[in-house]
Design a protein around this ligand. Sequence first.
Ligand SMILES: C[S@@+](CC[C@H](N)C(=O)[O-])C[C@H]1O[C@@H](n2cnc3c(N)ncnc32)[C@H](O)[C@@H]1O
Length: 288
Amino acid sequence: MARMVDACGEQCERSAVHSQLPGAGQRLEKMQGHWVLARAGKRVLRPGGLGLTRRMIDALSISSDDRVVEFAPGMGVTARMVLRRKPSRYWGVEREPAAAARLESLLPKGTAKIVGAQAEHSGLLGACASVVYGEAMLSMQTPQQKNRIISEARRLLVPGGRYGIHELCFRPDGISEAVRREIEVEMSKEIHVGVQPLCTAEWKQLLEQQGLKVIWCGEADLDLLEPRRMLQDEGILRCLKIVCNVAKDPVLRQRILAIRSIFRKYGEHLGAVSMVATRMESVAGLPS
Ligand SMILES: C[S@@+](CC[C@H](N)C(=O)[O-])C[C@H]1O[C@@H](n2cnc3c(N)ncnc32)[C@H](O)[C@@H]1O
């Protein structure tokens, strides 16, 4: 009897978590690529994996003295890593209601608060944070939205505060316009999100135009769906779960293989970049 109750409880919990996943109720064929990966069981959704995230967190040197804002926490993987450093406050700004609700229920109450909003209009008080970061979210924005989000990061930071990004990048820096357009069109078609990465030098320029001085930069390959990276990011048990989920569902399998094949096709020209920049005191032409 106890086993039956346990099994039922586990089943209910599993379906509750599943129905809380972003994109629940949406057809897999139409779903944005990152939520397809989440549906398969993947939790790490940024291009450079946990390795590049760890390097970014180290470069941000988050400690208990910091008040942290994360843009687009998604499945909450980096949020948990950062919360282990015991910052005095943590706000996650997530626009997808199902992701925001799931995070709200998973993250510890007290220090952590989830704000359901667009990063560019977080609604948080100016200069409320000493650290702001976001991963795998600027690359899917238009140039105007990228600027608005970076400007919001600057508004939230105290002077001297740190802003971290971890995004897709084109490589090398001088890549031709024709190749860029081809990659953007093909990726956007498979991922169902408008993907607009930049070269490393362009990411740096974008930050510096907004009064942020880049103090650290790291790069990685786009191996998000390669077996070795999957093992490093998700661990053996979650990888087995992902393999089972993908084996059981032909549409899920087709979507994931199509995304991986785009990553492989353009692997030479696509990578991951992370940067940490500090907010300069005052810059002519920018709000102080
Ligand atoms: C590819 S996922 C990355 C999630 C997480 N940062 C990670 O790296 O695992 C993209 C995330 O960005 C969120 N997002 C995209 N644009 C946003 C915006 N303007 N404001 C807030 N969240 C946004 C999506 O809802 C989703 O959670």
